[in-house]
Design a protein around this ligand. Structure first.
Ligand code: AMP
Length: 218
């Protein structure tokens, strides 16, 4: 299957993508992860990506498309893929459509995780991360055993800069302007499936897999 997972920043896409992809037997590709890997590798392109990532801005469409094109020819994409974080703008979706059409490999479905803004803000505001081992907690939904300390290494937990209320609101606004129009784009192509993204990790994952089973049977 060839799939795209859409949703607001903080809707749980990054958490669901690998789970859903493995349950349908395809590779999950996160463009955010690809960019971060290029930055870490210190390549020429990586240095250009870094400027945008550091400012929390979208990488220009032509650079994103170039990276997608290279990624699609990797052998693990042969049996399908699930994109998380791409496309993020209508021009990206249009170029992606042309690219896939040229290769005769159309998308099977686009899943959108529906989560209201207030839930996203609550999730982000309460999220705490261990700066040492990257473990993620939530003050209300997944509290550590000792308040403010990592269960595994007792390091004091921190709130990520992009989880602060103002930053979350800014990212939601950017999503509304640039990414939300994709819902209409894919709805018109009869590819969009909306899934309720409020619930436990398992509940939401199960809903997505069920939506995909309906598609593969139809
Ligand atoms: P993410 O991990 O999906 O939140 O992405 C982290 C950062 O990578 C974003 O803030 C953007 O700077 C960049 N990025 C990821 N995917 C895209 C995309 N499809 N188009 C433009 N920029 C992207």
């Amino acid at each position: 299957m060839r799939l795209v997972l859409l949703g607001k920043p903080g809707s749980g896409k990054g958490t669901q993508a690998p789970r859903v992809a493995s349950s349908v037997g395809v590779v999950a590709i996160s463009t955010g992860d690809l960019f971060r890997a290029a930055v870490a590798a210190g390549t020429v392109l990586g240095r250009r990506f870094k400027e945008f990532l550091d400012r929390g801005e979208l990488v220009p469409d032509d650079l994103v498309l170039k990276m997608i094109e290279e990624r699609l020819v990797e052998p693990d994409c042969k049996s399908g893929f699930l994109f998380d974080g791409f496309p993020r703008t209508v021009p990206q979706a249009e170029s992606f459509e042309l690219l896939l059409r040229g290769r005769k490999i159309p998308i099977d479905a686009v899943i959108n995780l529906d989560v209201p803004d207030n839930v996203i803000v609550e999730r982000a505001e309460g999220r705490r991360t261990c700066p040492k081992d990257g473990r993620v907690y939530h003050v209300k939904f997944a509290a550590p055993k000792v308040v403010g300390a990592c269960d595994a290494c007792q390091t004091p937990l921190v709130q990520r800069a992009d989880d602060h209320r103002d930053v979350v609101k800014k990212r939601l606004e950017e999503y509304r302007q640039k990414t939300a129009p994709l819902l209409d784009f894919y709805q018109k192509r009869n590819l969009l499936k909306r899934v309720d993204g409020v619930g436990t990790l398992e509940e939401v994952g199960e809903r997505v897999v069920q939506a995909l089973q309906i598609i593969s049977k139809s």
